[in-house]
Design a protein around this ligand. Structure first.
Ligand code: BV8
Length: 247
Protein backbone atom coordinates (compact mmCIF):
# COMPACT_ATOMS: atom_id res chain seq x y z
CA UNK A 1 0.00 0.00 0.00
CA UNK A 2 1.57 3.31 -1.01
CA UNK A 3 0.95 6.83 0.23
CA UNK A 4 -0.33 7.57 -3.28
CA UNK A 5 -3.01 4.90 -2.78
CA UNK A 6 -3.98 6.47 0.54
CA UNK A 7 -4.16 9.92 -1.09
CA UNK A 8 -6.29 8.56 -3.94
CA UNK A 9 -8.67 6.98 -1.45
CA UNK A 10 -8.92 10.24 0.52
CA UNK A 11 -9.54 12.21 -2.70
CA UNK A 12 -12.36 9.83 -3.68
CA UNK A 13 -13.93 10.24 -0.24
CA UNK A 14 -13.49 14.03 -0.29
CA UNK A 15 -15.38 14.09 -3.59
CA UNK A 16 -18.23 11.88 -2.38
CA UNK A 17 -21.47 13.32 -1.05
CA UNK A 18 -23.17 9.94 -0.68
CA UNK A 19 -20.87 7.40 0.97
CA UNK A 20 -21.90 3.77 1.53
CA UNK A 21 -19.74 1.45 3.62
CA UNK A 22 -19.89 -2.37 3.63
CA UNK A 23 -18.11 -4.13 6.47
CA UNK A 24 -17.31 -7.75 7.21
CA UNK A 25 -15.75 -9.69 10.06
CA UNK A 26 -12.32 -8.20 9.34
CA UNK A 27 -13.24 -4.80 10.80
CA UNK A 28 -13.74 -6.51 14.17
CA UNK A 29 -10.55 -8.61 13.98
CA UNK A 30 -8.41 -5.96 15.74
CA UNK A 31 -10.98 -5.92 18.55
CA UNK A 32 -10.18 -9.60 19.09
CA UNK A 33 -13.28 -11.09 17.44
CA UNK A 34 -12.43 -14.24 15.42
CA UNK A 35 -13.17 -13.92 11.70
CA UNK A 36 -15.03 -16.67 9.86
CA UNK A 37 -12.41 -17.88 7.47
CA UNK A 38 -9.23 -16.91 9.24
CA UNK A 39 -7.23 -19.47 11.24
CA UNK A 40 -8.92 -18.28 14.46
CA UNK A 41 -12.31 -18.55 12.77
CA UNK A 42 -12.76 -22.24 13.40
CA UNK A 43 -14.59 -23.57 16.49
CA UNK A 44 -13.58 -27.04 17.56
CA UNK A 45 -13.65 -29.00 14.29
CA UNK A 46 -16.61 -27.12 12.79
CA UNK A 47 -16.84 -24.47 10.04
CA UNK A 48 -19.34 -21.60 10.14
CA UNK A 49 -21.05 -23.02 7.07
CA UNK A 50 -21.67 -26.27 9.02
CA UNK A 51 -23.23 -24.63 12.07
CA UNK A 52 -24.91 -21.43 10.80
CA UNK A 53 -27.69 -23.30 8.97
CA UNK A 54 -31.35 -24.16 9.72
CA UNK A 55 -30.50 -27.83 9.13
CA UNK A 56 -27.79 -27.83 11.80
CA UNK A 57 -30.17 -26.12 14.24
CA UNK A 58 -32.97 -28.60 13.52
CA UNK A 59 -30.54 -31.48 13.95
CA UNK A 60 -28.77 -30.26 17.09
CA UNK A 61 -29.99 -26.96 18.58
CA UNK A 62 -27.80 -27.51 21.64
CA UNK A 63 -24.58 -27.72 19.56
CA UNK A 64 -25.51 -24.64 17.52
CA UNK A 65 -26.31 -22.69 20.69
CA UNK A 66 -23.01 -23.81 22.27
CA UNK A 67 -21.26 -22.21 19.28
CA UNK A 68 -23.24 -18.97 19.63
CA UNK A 69 -22.71 -18.95 23.41
CA UNK A 70 -18.94 -19.31 22.75
CA UNK A 71 -19.01 -16.44 20.22
CA UNK A 72 -21.11 -14.22 22.53
CA UNK A 73 -18.55 -14.91 25.26
CA UNK A 74 -15.76 -13.87 22.86
CA UNK A 75 -17.55 -10.68 21.80
CA UNK A 76 -18.95 -9.51 25.16
CA UNK A 77 -15.65 -8.22 26.67
CA UNK A 78 -14.23 -6.61 23.52
CA UNK A 79 -14.33 -2.94 22.58
CA UNK A 80 -14.83 -1.31 19.20
CA UNK A 81 -11.47 -0.46 17.60
CA UNK A 82 -10.35 2.75 15.82
CA UNK A 83 -11.79 1.38 12.57
CA UNK A 84 -15.32 1.20 14.03
CA UNK A 85 -14.87 4.59 15.68
CA UNK A 86 -13.70 6.30 12.48
CA UNK A 87 -16.81 5.08 10.64
CA UNK A 88 -18.98 6.34 13.52
CA UNK A 89 -17.28 9.75 13.22
CA UNK A 90 -17.79 9.87 9.43
CA UNK A 91 -21.53 9.48 9.88
CA UNK A 92 -21.58 13.20 10.73
CA UNK A 93 -18.91 14.15 8.18
CA UNK A 94 -20.59 13.17 4.91
CA UNK A 95 -23.87 14.68 3.66
CA UNK A 96 -25.18 11.13 3.23
CA UNK A 97 -23.60 8.15 5.01
CA UNK A 98 -24.96 4.60 5.24
CA UNK A 99 -23.23 1.70 6.99
CA UNK A 100 -24.10 -1.78 5.78
CA UNK A 101 -22.63 -4.59 7.84
CA UNK A 102 -22.48 -8.36 7.49
CA UNK A 103 -21.38 -8.56 11.11
CA UNK A 104 -23.67 -9.66 13.90
CA UNK A 105 -21.36 -8.56 16.75
CA UNK A 106 -22.99 -5.18 17.45
CA UNK A 107 -19.62 -3.37 17.59
CA UNK A 108 -20.62 -0.63 15.11
CA UNK A 109 -23.49 0.42 17.40
CA UNK A 110 -21.16 0.19 20.40
CA UNK A 111 -18.80 2.60 18.58
CA UNK A 112 -21.64 5.10 18.14
CA UNK A 113 -22.81 4.40 14.57
CA UNK A 114 -26.53 5.13 14.25
CA UNK A 115 -27.55 4.35 10.65
CA UNK A 116 -26.65 0.66 10.41
CA UNK A 117 -28.11 -1.88 8.00
CA UNK A 118 -27.49 -5.28 9.68
CA UNK A 119 -27.72 -7.65 6.71
CA UNK A 120 -27.27 -10.82 8.76
CA UNK A 121 -28.98 -9.90 12.03
CA UNK A 122 -27.50 -9.51 15.50
CA UNK A 123 -25.98 -12.08 17.86
CA UNK A 124 -27.41 -10.24 20.89
CA UNK A 125 -30.98 -10.80 19.68
CA UNK A 126 -33.05 -13.99 19.96
CA UNK A 127 -36.23 -15.03 18.15
CA UNK A 128 -38.96 -17.38 19.35
CA UNK A 129 -39.32 -20.30 16.93
CA UNK A 130 -43.06 -20.45 17.68
CA UNK A 131 -44.17 -16.81 17.97
CA UNK A 132 -41.32 -15.11 15.98
CA UNK A 133 -41.07 -12.52 18.77
CA UNK A 134 -37.59 -10.90 18.76
CA UNK A 135 -35.89 -9.57 21.86
CA UNK A 136 -32.42 -8.63 23.04
CA UNK A 137 -30.56 -10.96 25.41
CA UNK A 138 -27.02 -10.24 26.57
CA UNK A 139 -26.66 -13.08 29.10
CA UNK A 140 -23.07 -14.48 29.00
CA UNK A 141 -22.76 -17.39 29.46
CA UNK A 142 -26.33 -18.56 28.78
CA UNK A 143 -27.83 -20.15 31.89
CA UNK A 144 -29.77 -22.63 29.78
CA UNK A 145 -28.67 -24.14 26.45
CA UNK A 146 -30.71 -24.22 24.31
CA UNK A 147 -32.66 -21.21 25.71
CA UNK A 148 -36.47 -21.32 25.77
CA UNK A 149 -38.99 -18.55 25.13
CA UNK A 150 -39.92 -16.91 28.47
CA UNK A 151 -43.52 -16.43 27.34
CA UNK A 152 -44.40 -19.67 25.53
CA UNK A 153 -41.59 -22.07 26.39
CA UNK A 154 -40.71 -22.83 22.74
CA UNK A 155 -37.11 -23.08 21.54
CA UNK A 156 -35.37 -19.75 20.92
CA UNK A 157 -32.97 -19.25 17.97
CA UNK A 158 -30.34 -16.61 17.32
CA UNK A 159 -31.88 -13.68 15.39
CA UNK A 160 -29.35 -14.01 12.58
CA UNK A 161 -29.55 -15.06 8.91
CA UNK A 162 -28.15 -18.55 8.39
CA UNK A 163 -26.71 -19.96 5.16
CA UNK A 164 -29.59 -21.09 3.00
CA UNK A 165 -31.95 -18.56 4.60
CA UNK A 166 -33.15 -15.48 2.74
CA UNK A 167 -32.21 -12.08 4.10
CA UNK A 168 -35.04 -9.79 5.22
CA UNK A 169 -36.36 -8.47 1.91
CA UNK A 170 -36.76 -4.88 3.15
CA UNK A 171 -33.23 -4.88 4.56
CA UNK A 172 -31.83 -6.28 1.31
CA UNK A 173 -33.82 -3.83 -0.84
CA UNK A 174 -32.47 -0.91 1.24
CA UNK A 175 -28.92 -2.23 0.92
CA UNK A 176 -29.19 -2.53 -2.86
CA UNK A 177 -30.88 0.87 -3.19
CA UNK A 178 -28.08 2.42 -1.10
CA UNK A 179 -25.43 0.70 -3.23
CA UNK A 180 -27.09 1.85 -6.46
CA UNK A 181 -27.27 5.49 -5.40
CA UNK A 182 -23.96 6.14 -3.62
CA UNK A 183 -21.04 8.11 -5.10
CA UNK A 184 -18.50 5.92 -3.35
CA UNK A 185 -18.52 2.60 -1.55
CA UNK A 186 -15.88 1.69 1.04
CA UNK A 187 -15.57 -2.09 1.52
CA UNK A 188 -13.83 -3.03 4.76
CA UNK A 189 -12.76 -6.43 6.06
CA UNK A 190 -14.75 -8.85 3.97
CA UNK A 191 -13.57 -11.84 1.95
CA UNK A 192 -16.32 -10.90 -0.56
CA UNK A 193 -17.36 -14.54 -0.54
CA UNK A 194 -20.84 -14.57 0.96
CA UNK A 195 -23.81 -13.64 -1.20
CA UNK A 196 -25.84 -11.50 -1.64
CA UNK A 197 -23.63 -9.08 0.39
CA UNK A 198 -20.68 -9.57 -1.96
CA UNK A 199 -22.79 -8.27 -4.87
CA UNK A 200 -23.35 -4.86 -3.26
CA UNK A 201 -19.97 -3.31 -4.24
CA UNK A 202 -20.41 -4.58 -7.81
CA UNK A 203 -23.86 -2.97 -7.91
CA UNK A 204 -22.29 0.29 -6.70
CA UNK A 205 -19.55 0.14 -9.35
CA UNK A 206 -22.11 -0.65 -12.08
CA UNK A 207 -24.03 2.45 -10.99
CA UNK A 208 -20.90 4.58 -11.41
CA UNK A 209 -19.66 4.71 -7.82
CA UNK A 210 -15.95 4.63 -6.98
CA UNK A 211 -15.04 1.57 -4.87
CA UNK A 212 -12.32 1.50 -2.20
CA UNK A 213 -11.33 -1.78 -0.51
CA UNK A 214 -9.46 -2.13 2.80
CA UNK A 215 -8.16 -5.64 3.48
CA UNK A 216 -4.77 -7.16 4.36
CA UNK A 217 -5.41 -9.74 1.61
CA UNK A 218 -6.67 -9.50 -1.97
CA UNK A 219 -10.27 -10.68 -2.52
CA UNK A 220 -12.51 -11.40 -5.53
CA UNK A 221 -13.53 -7.74 -5.29
CA UNK A 222 -9.98 -6.36 -5.57
CA UNK A 223 -9.93 -6.30 -9.38
CA UNK A 224 -13.16 -4.25 -9.42
CA UNK A 225 -11.98 -1.70 -6.83
CA UNK A 226 -10.65 1.74 -7.84
CA UNK A 227 -8.27 1.57 -4.88
CA UNK A 228 -7.40 -1.48 -2.78
CA UNK A 229 -5.53 -0.65 0.46
CA UNK A 230 -3.62 -3.65 1.71
CA UNK A 231 -3.60 -3.52 5.51
CA UNK A 232 -5.60 -3.60 8.76
CA UNK A 233 -8.65 -1.32 8.87
CA UNK A 234 -8.03 -0.30 12.49
CA UNK A 235 -4.87 1.43 11.29
CA UNK A 236 -5.87 2.51 7.77
CA UNK A 237 -9.23 4.15 8.53
CA UNK A 238 -7.80 6.66 11.06
CA UNK A 239 -4.94 7.42 8.62
CA UNK A 240 -7.43 8.18 5.84
CA UNK A 241 -9.44 10.30 8.28
CA UNK A 242 -6.32 12.39 8.87
CA UNK A 243 -5.95 12.95 5.10
CA UNK A 244 -9.55 14.08 4.48
CA UNK A 245 -10.01 17.71 3.55
CA UNK A 246 -13.69 17.69 4.57
CA UNK A 247 -14.09 18.60 8.22
C1 BV8 B 1 -29.28 -16.44 0.53
C2 BV8 B 1 -24.85 -14.67 10.14
C3 BV8 B 1 -31.19 -16.80 -0.82
C4 BV8 B 1 -24.75 -15.92 10.90
C5 BV8 B 1 -23.78 -15.08 7.98
C6 BV8 B 1 -26.47 -23.13 -1.49
C7 BV8 B 1 -27.67 -23.09 -0.82
C8 BV8 B 1 -28.19 -21.93 -0.30
C9 BV8 B 1 -27.48 -20.74 -0.44
C10 BV8 B 1 -26.28 -20.81 -1.10
C11 BV8 B 1 -25.76 -21.95 -1.63
N1 BV8 B 1 -24.56 -21.66 -2.21
C12 BV8 B 1 -24.29 -20.35 -2.05
C13 BV8 B 1 -25.34 -19.83 -1.40
C14 BV8 B 1 -25.48 -18.48 -1.01
C15 BV8 B 1 -25.00 -18.39 0.43
C16 BV8 B 1 -23.50 -18.15 0.41
O1 BV8 B 1 -23.08 -17.06 0.08
N2 BV8 B 1 -22.70 -19.17 0.76
C17 BV8 B 1 -21.26 -19.02 0.78
C18 BV8 B 1 -20.68 -20.07 1.72
C19 BV8 B 1 -20.73 -19.16 -0.63
N3 BV8 B 1 -25.69 -17.25 0.99
C20 BV8 B 1 -26.78 -17.46 1.73
O2 BV8 B 1 -27.21 -18.54 2.04
C21 BV8 B 1 -27.49 -16.17 2.12
N4 BV8 B 1 -28.87 -16.29 1.80
O3 BV8 B 1 -28.53 -16.53 -0.40
O4 BV8 B 1 -30.66 -16.48 0.44
C22 BV8 B 1 -31.31 -18.29 -0.85
C23 BV8 B 1 -32.12 -18.92 0.09
C24 BV8 B 1 -32.28 -20.30 0.01
C25 BV8 B 1 -31.61 -21.04 -0.98
C26 BV8 B 1 -30.76 -20.37 -1.90
C27 BV8 B 1 -30.60 -19.01 -1.83
C28 BV8 B 1 -27.33 -15.95 3.60
C29 BV8 B 1 -25.88 -15.63 3.91
C30 BV8 B 1 -25.78 -15.15 5.36
C31 BV8 B 1 -25.03 -16.16 6.17
N5 BV8 B 1 -24.86 -15.64 7.54
N6 BV8 B 1 -23.71 -14.59 9.22
C32 BV8 B 1 -23.65 -15.85 11.92
O5 BV8 B 1 -22.81 -14.92 11.89
O6 BV8 B 1 -23.62 -16.75 12.78
S1 BV8 B 1 -22.50 -14.90 6.92
C33 BV8 B 1 -21.04 -14.74 7.76
O7 BV8 B 1 -20.08 -14.59 6.73
C34 BV8 B 1 -20.91 -13.48 8.60
O8 BV8 B 1 -22.00 -12.61 8.55
C35 BV8 B 1 -19.70 -12.81 7.95
O9 BV8 B 1 -19.66 -11.47 8.12
C36 BV8 B 1 -19.97 -13.20 6.56
C37 BV8 B 1 -19.02 -12.93 5.47
O10 BV8 B 1 -17.77 -13.26 5.89
P1 BV8 B 1 -16.76 -12.04 6.09
O11 BV8 B 1 -17.43 -10.99 6.91
O12 BV8 B 1 -16.24 -11.62 4.77
O13 BV8 B 1 -15.68 -12.70 7.01
P2 BV8 B 1 -14.49 -13.63 6.54
O14 BV8 B 1 -13.91 -14.28 7.76
O15 BV8 B 1 -14.91 -14.47 5.38
O16 BV8 B 1 -13.41 -12.59 5.96
C38 BV8 B 1 -12.78 -11.69 6.82
C39 BV8 B 1 -11.98 -10.75 5.93
O17 BV8 B 1 -11.40 -9.76 6.76
C40 BV8 B 1 -10.87 -11.45 5.19
O18 BV8 B 1 -10.86 -11.02 3.83
C41 BV8 B 1 -9.60 -10.94 5.90
O19 BV8 B 1 -8.51 -10.81 5.00
C42 BV8 B 1 -10.05 -9.60 6.38
N7 BV8 B 1 -9.34 -9.10 7.56
C43 BV8 B 1 -8.72 -9.79 8.54
N8 BV8 B 1 -8.21 -8.94 9.43
C44 BV8 B 1 -8.51 -7.67 9.02
C45 BV8 B 1 -9.24 -7.78 7.82
N9 BV8 B 1 -9.69 -6.71 7.14
C46 BV8 B 1 -9.40 -5.50 7.65
N10 BV8 B 1 -8.72 -5.31 8.80
C47 BV8 B 1 -8.25 -6.37 9.50
N11 BV8 B 1 -7.55 -6.18 10.63
Amino acid sequence: MTSEDMRRAADILDGADRLAVLTGAGISAESGVPTFRGQDGLWKQFRAEDLATPEAFARDPKLVWEWYDWRRGKIAPVEPNPGHRTLAKWEGTFPSFTLITQNVDGLHAAAGSKTIIELHGNIWKMRCTAEAAVFENREVPLKRIPPLCPSCGALLRPHVVWFGESLDMDVLALAFATSSSCDAMLVVGTSAYVQPAASLPLRAADAGARVIEINPDPTPLTSSADVSLRGPSGEILPLIDGLLRRS
